[in-house]
Design a protein around this ligand. Structure first.
Ligand code: CA
Length: 229
């Protein structure tokens, strides 16, 4: 038991119960709720270390809960979706989910995903820490805001750093330009979406060995960008 808290939001009692059972058995402290309203109430009381979230819920749906969680911090979300359609999965990840599991799933697989996501977001205890991210030749230190690529220190602007750190903290997660604008620049300012394109290009010039053939910051055509570790 390390005190890691998980909120399970699932309206189908049989799934909610088995997920709760397996997560508790894996040593997590689990709170389970059956509708979106109860989820928002639980989240407002205390942000858990991770949310397991069913997409289709009574009262308030999973999209709205994801939005709420993203507005209030970096709590990772694993989405449960009954739909197999690739577009829906991408939409879930775009909305800010860290991973997804398609129903029907094995509870043991969900536990593995929970462990992986908590490991990726560093520890789970006390949420996301500020320890450096290290990917092959790329070191990103949020404490000092220092980026070293292939042994060379990179001179990044504040927004370039924020953009890189956001992408790198969520490896392989696809972000749309609007999401990047929202998360890096904030909703308060009006910014042209091409700003993102410009920053991505400058970032590649600074951290990629060959900016024309990027290894880390990849374009997902028609959607946005993702970080490849
Ligand atoms: Ca449901």
């Amino acid at each position: 038991m390390d005190g890691t808290t998980i909120l399970v939001v699932e309206d189908e009692p049989s799934i909610g119960e088995v997920v709760t059972l397996y997560l508790k058995r894996a040593g997590y402290q689990v709170t389970a709720v059956r509708d979106g309203e109860a989820a928002l109430a639980a989240l407002a009381r205390r942000l858990p270390d991770l949310v397991v979230l069913d997409l289709m819920l009574p009262k308030v749906d999973g999209h709205e809960i994801t939005r709420w969680v993203r507005q209030h911090g970096d709590t990772p979300i694993i989405m449960l979706t009954a739909r197999r359609d690739e577009a829906d999965r991408i939409a879930g990840l775009e909305m800010g989910a860290d991973d997804y599991v398609v129903k029907p799933f094995s509870p043991q697989e969900l536990v593995s995903r929970v462990r992986a996501v908590l490991r990726r977001t560093r520890g789970g205890v006390g949420g996301r820490g500020e320890s450096p991210l290290v990917y092959a030749n790329l070191h990103i230190d949020p404490g000092t805001r220092l980026v070293v690529a292939a042994g060379k220190e990179c001179d990044l602007t504040a927004k370039e750093f924020d953009l890189l750190y956001l992408l790198a903290r969520h490896p392989r997660q696809v972000f749309t330009r609007d999401q990047l604008l929202d998360r890096v620049w904030g909703l308060t300012e009006y910014i042209d979406p091409s700003t993102v394109t410009v920053h991505i290009r400058r970032l590649r010039e600074k951290i990629e060995p060959d900016p024309a053939n990027p290894l880390h910051i990849l374009t997902v055509w028609g959607v946005g960008y993702r970080f490849e570790p």
